[in-house]
Each structure stands twice: as C-alpha cells, then as structure tokens.
Design a binder for this molecule. Structure first.
Ligand SMILES: Nc1ncnc2c1ncn2[C@@H]1O[C@H](COP(=O)(O)OP(=O)(O)OP(=O)(O)O)[C@@H](O)[C@H]1O
Ligand SMILES: [Mg+2]
Length: 336
C-alpha cells in the first residue's frame, strides 16, 4: 500500500514518500474567498493569487504556533494536499503526520478526520522532535541519550530520547514567526517604520543574530507610521537584536528545562554526544552558539534542518511497512 509523510508546519508544508522523495513543498497559506470562506488554492499559488485579486481573496494561515486554525479549512487543505500528490501515492494512501508533542486530542482527531475525508486509508502521528531525530538518522534506539531541538516557524520542540523512547520533552509555541514579529515591533519602536511580514522575515535573515557580532545594515522600504508615506530606511542589526534575543531566550529555555529534567547519567551522554538542531529557525545567525552556551552542550546544526521532520516521518513509513499499529501511532520500533 502506498503511503505519504506529511509535515503541516506553521511556515511550510512538506510531503514525502517512504523513499524520502519530497513530493510537495509549499508555504502553509490558503487563499480563501472572503464571501463564502471557501478554499480557492493553497501554497505559493495562494500568495500569487492574493497579489492579483486583492479584496475578494484573503490569505489565511492554516497553522499558527503548530496549531490548526480552522477545522473546516483543515479539511479543505488535506483534500488539496492529497489531490496534488495523487499521481504518486494513489487514492487511498496511509498518511503519517508529524505533529508538535503538545498537539491536543482535538487537533489530532481533526487531522485524522481531514485526511480520512480526503481519502486516506489510515492516519498516524509522530512527534516532531522524534521524527526529526529519525530524519537525521540518529540512533535513538541505543541506550545512549540523544537530544534534538526542532526550532520551527511556530513552535520549538525538544526531546531527549534513549532506548527508542522519549525520556523527557518540551514544546513551546515560540519560533521564527515570533522573531519576525519582534523585528516588526522593533522597526516600529525605534524607526517609526511599518514593514510588511515578508520584509521583517528578510531583515531577520539578513541582520538578525542570536549572538553579538559586527554591526550590519540593510536598506528597506516601509511606511512611515505617523503619516503613512512610503520611506526608505537603513536598518541596523543593533536595532533588532535585543528584541530577537528575548524571543530566542524563550526557545533556548525550553531546551535547558528539558536537560534539567533528564536523569543525570543521560545528561552525561548529552555532554559527549552533543545536541542536534533541526528546524529552519535554527539557521538564524548565532542560534547554535546561543543554544550551546545556554545548555553547556555542543550543538550540531543539521544540513537542510527544515526537512528533518518530514524525512523522519517518511522513514517511519518505511519501517512500519504500511502498518501503524492499533493506536494509529507510528513509533520507532521498541519505543514508548
Ligand atoms: N536562514 C535563515 N535564518 C533565520 N531564519 C530562517 C532562515 N531560513 C528560514 N528561517 C525561518 O525558519 C522558519 C521556518 O522553519 P520551519 O520550516 O522549520 O518551520 P515549520 O516546520 O513550518 O514550523 P513549525 O514546525 O514550527 O510548525 C521561518 O520563521 C523562517 O523565517
Ligand atoms: Mg516544523
């Protein structure tokens, strides 16, 4: 039976087959008709459409802080996603969804219902951090402890794993989106400048840093907050980084608290093994260094960190051989 791994992230939606081939990579945004609330299209097509059809079509984020925003919309999104990959996975695939460990029963049931209505034969779940560890090919079934931090757009997921199970985990609804918001707020406060979400994200990527470094500057276009006129302004890293540091601290604290609640002998393993950083928000300049300093543990930043969770879910499908087990959960063999 064919199967597909789904990572419905706060920023990006990724689908992969059990061989680890990426079948879909889209921003998690929907174009919705303002009159009747129907889904017009999803992903980058939605972004294009809103640029052209302003007024009639509204851009809606389907997932915020790792949480589904609207159950009706989730049904439509699931249908769109499975339709787009139907040629590769068939009409009734098994679907394994990577979710934040904090995802409630309601959220999981909503996803299950949505994918089943869209044609899925069966729907299972795997926690983000566990999926990321498997995607990074870490040996989580060994007696030695493994730690993963998945810093995403909407959530930061942390897990310490050993012997195929999760020993301790943490999930905070804070991620790259909050960094973008912090950048927007900082532009408003210190420059009286209103910038778009896309400009804020670019400023974060080009100027933002979680670790002190040389001053950088970028010219951006925004609106003057007092008179609404378009202005070109030079923004410096020193204007943004205090606000960035505050958001980063909240994500790093999740990792620190996870380590504190791990048994002492496992903490020792972590010191020698290091912790693995996945999630694209982990690409923020200086983030690894900030995390390593706060935890006292060396940090290994993954190649293509944003793909780790979906690739892990894809590998679970390979291992589960098309059978998630009675609970609908795909867990690595021998875990929990
Ligand atoms: N080079 C970079 N520097 C800093 N941040 C980056 C960089 N590249 C991407 N990001 C940020 O990474 C975030 C998206 O990460 P990712 O794709 O892992 O999230 P997601 O899986 O969609 O969300 P989540 O798992 O939290 O629900 C965005 O906030 C984006 O701006
Ligand atoms: Mg993610």
């Amino acid at each position: 039976m064919s199967s597909v791994a789904v990572d419905l992230g706060s920023t990006r939606t990724l689908l992969a087959d059990p061989a680890g081939r990426l079948l879909l990579d889209e921003p998690t945004v929907a174009a919705v008709n303002v009159r009747d609330g129907s889904l017009v299209t999803f992903g980058s097509k939605a972004l294009d459409m809103v640029r052209r059809a302003a007024g009639e079509i509204e851009l809606v984020r389907a997932v915020v802080h790792g949480q589904l925003q609207d159950l009706e919309l989730t049904d439509r999104v699931a249908e769109t996603l499975l339709t787009r990959v139907r040629r590769q996975v068939g009409r009734r695939p098994e679907v394994l969804v990577s979710v934040p460990s904090s995802a409630s029963g309601v959220q999981r049931r909503a996803l299950e219902r949505a994918f089943k209505r869209a044609g899925a034969e069966r729907v299972g779940f795997v926690d983000h951090a566990v999926a990321a560890a498997i995607g990074l090919r870490l040996r989580i079934d060994e007696p030695v402890a493994t730690m993963v931090v998945d810093a995403g757009g909407g959530t930061t997921e942390v897990a310490v794993m050993a012997l195929g199970g999760v020993v301790t985990d943490a999930s905070v609804p804070v991620g790259g989106d909050d960094l973008d918001r912090a950048v927007r707020d900082a532009c408003l406060r210190s420059l009286d400048l209103v910038v778009s979400p896309a400009v804020a994200e670019q400023l974060k990527i080009r100027l933002g840093s979680a670790w002190p470094g040389p001053e950088k500057k970028v010219e951006v276009v925004g609106r003057d907050a007092s008179n609404g006129m378009v202005r070109t302004v030079v923004v410096s890293s020193s204007e943004l980084n205090p606000a960035i540091a505050e958001v980063v601290r909240r994500t790093v604290d999740a990792a620190v608290s996870c380590i504190r609640s791990a048994p002492p002998d496992l903490a020792n393993d972590l010191l020698s093994q290091g912790l693995h950083l996945a999630g694209s928000a982990g690409l923020l300049d200086g983030y690894s260094r900030r995390l390593a300093t706060a935890t006292g543990i060396p940090v290994h930043l993954a190649d293509q960190p944003g793909l780790a969770a979906v690739m892990g879910a894809a590998r679970c499908l390979q291992d589960s051989d098309g059978a998630f087990g009675p609970t609908g959960d795909a867990r690595p063999r021998g875990s929990r």
